[in-house]
Write a protein that binds this ligand. Structure first.
Ligand code: HEM
Length: 408
């Protein structure tokens, strides 16, 4: 159903990210289009601003002088100072500025060199093929629980060298902690998030103590972080929690959203099967079209003008990556899913000093998992109602029932 101009304007002006309805979670893009067109620097009822234009986000992400990533002010009322969630989210590098951010980031980037990534690839292929073997035996599968969610937890577990037998609780902890970043939270979500941080940190302190006694090589992420004498035990543990979380749900959603997109765009799927080398641009298009991380945030620390709005220091911004990635001023025919799209300068990994430090890992997982699933099962198809995660920040499915057979 198409909306009139007046309806779109009204939709944009009334938008409140703290009060989203089920239709929004199903398809937020009409709302994003209305915001981009009629109120791209939208003042929300709580006084924060919601930004939806590509050019504005690209500029803000690259500007470390006027905008800060520090979330202490925003998270104090949300979580309560001293709570486990407050300690976690205000200690991880992503929600901090230089010099602390720069130091932690240097260790992470230093451990994810092209050489390390190349060495990771055979393990990712072997892991994916084992999951596909299991799916072939099962036939009726869930592409999220049986596949998309199983890949990142292993990959990130390997990166930090978490013993395989300890990996069971990682996914649940991660979902609970990231779930607590939603714009509005229930008491149960808060409680689950706080408990998960506590349990995760107890586990990590043991892992860290063990790694101190048995250090790994230069390519071991945890050993590199340990080599920074200035990091306290809390900073170490909380950044490991963040790393495990950052690489987890986002990548699950890249794989899940990507498979869903291909299975619902059969022409694109056929094209990819005929020309498998398109997987590289196809993954970028999945990242753009259904960005797994839809919302980011920044704090204004220097008076600045965005669009026709003057933003004062202390103003909190939500940067809508999902809307920017469908901006017609940047992308031709942005609502068309085009697996060969080039150029495709999407903001799915943000940009600037905080741009995703694990983007090469995510791309590798996305390419291997999506390409091998569609090649392995020529008649892979959805076989039941997909269930969406009902989250505004992290867009993806919790269940994607499918039938995996080799015969056509
Ligand atoms: C499709 C998957 C992924 C998406 C969409 C994604 C997206 C993002 C975005 C948007 C940010 C910037 C946050 C901000 O500044 O507001 C970010 C930061 C980060 N991501 Fe990812 N990410 C993904 C996978 C990964 C993986 C696999 C890892 C680790 C191996 C990872 C590690 C990080 C780290 C460490 C940061 C913080 C960087 C910094 O603050 O300097 N991410 N990610």
């Amino acid at each position: 159903m198409t909306m009139s101009v007046d309806e779109q304007r009204a939709l944009a002006e009334a938008f409140d990210p703290n009060r989203l309805d089920p239709a929004f979670y199903e398809n937020p893009y009409p709302v994003y289009a209305a915001l981009r067109r009629f109120d791209p620097v939208h003042r929300c009822p709580d006084g924060t601003y919601f930004l939806s234009r590509y050019a504005d986000l690209d500029r803000i992400y690259r500007d470390r002088t006027a905008f800060s990533s520090d979330k202490k002010q925003a998270f104090a009322p949300k979580y309560g100072v001293g709570s486990p969630l407050y300690e976690h989210h205000t200690t991880s590098l992503v929600f901090n500025d230089a010099p602390y951010h720069t130091r932690v980031r240097r260790q992470i980037v230093g451990a994810l060199t092209p050489h390390v990534l190349k060495a990771m690839e055979p393990d990712v292929v072997a892991l994916v093929d084992t999951l596909l073997d299991r799916m072939e035996a099962q036939r009726d599968v869930d592409l999220i629980t049986d596949y998309a969610a199983a890949v990142p937890v292993e990959v990130i577990g390997n990166l930090l060298r978490v013993p395989r037998e300890d990996r069971g609780p990682l996914r649940g902890w991660s979902l609970a902690i990231l779930g607590a970043l939603e714009p509005s939270l229930s008491a149960a979500q808060l409680e689950a998030g706080n408990r998960a941080v506590g349990e995760f940190c107890v586990y990590l302190r043991e892992l860290i103590a063990h790694r101190r006694r048995h250090p790994g090589g230069d390519d071991d992420l945890l050993t590199r972080l340990l080599s920074d004498d200035e990091l306290t035990e809390t900073e170490l543990a909380q950044n490991c929690v963040f790393l495990l979380n950052a690489g987890h749900e986002t990548t699950t959603n890249l794989i899940g959203n990507g498979l869903h997109l291909l299975l619902t765009h059969t022409e694109s799927l056929r094209h990819l099967r005929e020309e498998p080398q398109l997987i590289t641009t196809a993954v970028e298009e999945c990242l753009r079209f259904e960005s797994s991380n839809q919302l980011g945030n920044r704090l204004v620390v220097q008076r600045t003008v965005v669009g026709d709005v003057t933003l004062e220091p202390g103003t909190y911004l939500t940067l809508c990556i999902g809307a920017a990635n469908r901006d017609p001023d940047e992308f031709n025919d942005p609502d068309r899913f085009d697996i060969a799209r080039q150029p495709n300068r999407h903001l799915a990994f943000a940009a600037g000093a905080h741009a995703c430090a694990g983007m090469a890992v995510a791309r590798l997982e996305g390419r291997v998992a999506i390409a091998r699933a569609v090649q392995r099962f020529p008649s892979l198809r959805l076989a039941g109602e997909p269930v969406r995660g009902q989250r505004a920040r992290f867009r993806g499915f919790t269940s994607l029932p499918a039938r995996a057979t080799k015969s056509r």
